[in-house]
Design a protein around this ligand. Structure first.
Ligand SMILES: NC(=O)c1ccc[n+]([C@@H]2O[C@H](COP(=O)([O-])OP(=O)(O)OC[C@H]3O[C@@H](n4cnc5c(N)ncnc54)[C@H](OP(=O)(O)O)[C@@H]3O)[C@@H](O)[C@H]2O)c1
Length: 258
């Protein structure tokens, strides 16, 4: 049985993917920097569900990390049947105030790592004529979000990459999707300097994102919106001007004033 590789599995949405997939009997490779958290989660999931769970410490801000992760799997004879690109970070505030180092880190982890891992693992899936990739994007990736400019641009990248890979891989039986959550209660918002009290949308749990993404994979969807409201917001974009949509997204995120 192939393993599922999850980046950002040490907490939040990635951890929720690990918990759900382990409970469904999937063997896992979990990637993050927090080695201790990964080890504890791995032994808990193994004890509860009897699945094989490997911890693979990696800093995805290092551009060599994806190839090292691929090498780790190859050396240990681990086939990856599902790749979940979940690791990500953000920094709330005006783009002109974003530090250069943070700018590079956001682009490297959110885009480069996901693209490189997909490029490394996809050929084996195509050869096996099965498998899947779930990219954890965001509703914020459907348009530029003032106050989250770079973050929203990286999530747009993930959505368009997923759409194209979905089409390229479809003939081989490999499934690729982008899941586009709204605001999720993981501590991510606090960590990114986002004042959650300004947010004008419901904040919901990571489990909803995971269940919707896995259902989307079963149904071979290309974009997945975890709640009906997310779907309505995505659809309503088609009816409004781009300028209005961008402005509204900034107001919903509660970072910039209208
Ligand atoms: N929370 C939200 O409101 C929300 C909404 C839409 C989309 N998302 C997206 O969902 C994904 C997960 O978000 P979350 O809310 O679960 O965030 P989180 O709780 O902050 O978790 C982020 C995960 O990414 C890992 N990570 C960050 N930098 C890394 C690096 N350099 N190398 C390896 N791993 C790294 C972290 O692990 P270590 O720190 O241990 O390395 C952690 O496991 C992100 O891509 C985020 O953009 C979140």
């Amino acid at each position: 049985m192939p393993h599922t590789l999850i980046t950002g599995a040490s907490m939040g949405i990635g951890e929720a993917f690990a918990r759900e997939l382990a409970s469904r009997g999937n063997d896992l490779v979990m990637v993050a920097r927090s080695e201790e958290k990964l080890r504890e989660l791995a032994s808990e999931l193994h004890a509860k569900h009897g699945v094989d769970v490997r911890s693979c410490r990696a800093d995805l801000n290092d551009t060599a990390a994806p190839a090292q992760i691929y090498g780790y799997c190859a050396e240990n004879g681990i086939d990856i049947g599902l790749l979940v690109n979940c690791a990500g970070l953000s920094r709330a505030g005006e783009f002109r105030e974003l530090q250069a180092e943070k700018l590079d880190e956001i682009m490297t982890v959110n885009m480069m790592a996901a693209a490189r891992l997909s490029r490394l693992f996809l050929p084996d899936m195509v050869t096996a004529r099965k498998g899947g990739i779930i990219n954890v994007a965001s509703l914020g990736g459907l348009q530029g979000v003032p106050g989250l400019a770079l973050y929203s641009a990286t999530k747009s990248f993930l959505i368009t990459l997923s759409e194209a890979l979905h089409a390229e891989a479809s003939k081989s039986g490999v499934r690729v999707l982008a899941v586009c959550p709204g605001f999720i209660d993981t501590g991510f918002l606090e960590r990114t300097g986002h004042n959650a009290s300004g947010i004008r949308l419901p904040i919901y749990g990571a489990e909803k994102v995971v269940k919707a993404a896995l259902r989307g994979l079963e149904n071979n969807r290309v974009r997945v919106f975890p709640t009906p409201l997310d779907g309505i917001l995505a659809f309503s974009q088609r009816l409004a001007s781009r300028k209005f949509t961008v402005r509204l997204s900034g107001l919903f995120a509660g970072i910039v004033r209208g």
